[in-house]
Design a protein around this ligand. Structure first.
Ligand SMILES: *[C@@H]1O[C@H](CO)[C@@H](O)[C@H](O)[C@H]1NC(C)=O
Length: 228
C-alpha cells in the first residue's frame, strides 16, 4: 500500500515537472550520458561525432539476449510482453540457472511484418553484462546475438515511450542527419526493406518516472578509417 502511494506521488510529481525533460534541456535531440548508466552497466561506446540533434556512436562489441519476433501494431505492447520474459532470464530462468545484474538499455528492433494491417515485427533485447558474455546461457524462446563493431546514429528523447511519438522521433533523426557525411551510409544500410528500420533504446524501468531517457538508433556500416 505504502509503495503504491509512493509510486502515485512520484507519478504526480513527474507530471508537474514535465517541462524538466531531457529534450527541453537539450533543445531536442542529443545528448546526455544516460543517468541510468551511472548506476547499472550499459554497453560502452565512443562518441565519433556530435551533430545538431544527433550523435554518432561506435560500439565495439555487444551481446544481447533477444525475444523471438513479436508481431504487433504497438511497440509499447510488444515491449510489455517481452520485458517479463527477459527479466525472468536475468533472474535465472535460463539453461544454466545463472543470475545476472540488471543492465540498460532495453532495445527494440523494429522491422516490417508480413502480418495483417499495420503490424510490425519487434525483437526486444537485454544487454548481457560483460562478466556474463563468455558464458551466457541460452533459454527457451530466447536467443543470443553478438554484434561486432556497430555504428549508430542516435537521437534522444525523454518521458515514457508512446507509439504515436516513435515515428516522429525517427523522422526528426533522419531530418537532422540529412546532408551530412553520415546520410548516404545510413540510407544504404536501410535500403533493404526487410531489414531493421530502426531501434528504440529505453534506459529506465517502468517504475521510474523522472529523468527518463530513450533513444532512436539507426545502425549503419562505416569503414573504419574513413575521414570523419
Ligand atoms: C574501441 O576500440 C578502439 C580500437 O581498438 C579503442 O581505441 C576504443 O578505446 C574502444 N572503445 C571502447 C569504448 O571500448
Amino acid at each position: 500500500m505504502a509503495i503504491f502511494d509512493l509510486l502515485k506521488l512520484s507519478f504526480l510529481v513527474s507530471l508537474l515537472s514535465e517541462s524538466n525533460s531531457v529534450s527541453s534541456i537539450n533543445g531536442g535531440g542529443v545528448a546526455v550520458f544516460p543517468p541510468t548508466c551511472e548506476r547499472i552497466e550499459c554497453p560502452s561506446y565512443d562518441v565519433i561525432h556530435g551533430g545538431d540533434g544527433f550523435e554518432i556512436r561506435r560500439y565495439n562489441s555487444t551481446m544481447w539476449v533477444s525475444t523471438q519476433p513479436i508481431d504487433d501494431i504497438s511497440l509499447v505492447d510488444a515491449g510489455r510482453i517481452a520485458f517479463f520474459q527477459l527479466y525472468d532470464y536475468i533472474q535465472g530462468k535460463n539453461d544454466n540457472h545463472q543470475k545476472m545484474e540488471m543492465t540498460a538499455p532495453v532495445i527494440t528492433e523494429v522491422k516490417p511484418s508480413d502480418g495483417p494491417f499495420c503490424a510490425s515485427s519487434f525483437v526486444v533485447s537485454f544487454y548481457i553484462p560483460k562478466a556474463n558474455q563468455a558464458t551466457a546461457p541460452s533459454a527457451e524462446g530466447l536467443h543470443l546475438q553478438k554484434w561486432g563493431v556497430t555504428y549508430v546514429a542516435v537521437r534522444q528523447f525523454s518521458g515514457f515511450v508512446m507509439d504515436d511519438d516513435v515515428g516522429k522521433e525517427v523522422s526528426a533523426l533522419y531530418e537532422s542527419i540529412a546532408g551530412t557525411v553520415w546520410s548516404d551510409a545510413i540510407d544504404k544500410s536501410h535500403a533493404d526493406e526487410a531489414a531493421t528500420q530502426y531501434i528504440v533504446a529505453q534506459y529506465n524501468s517502468p517504475f521510474e518516472f523522472k529523468n527518463r531517457v530513450n533513444e532512436i538508433w539507426l545502425t549503419f556500416n562505416w569503414e573504419d578509417g574513413l575521414a570523419i
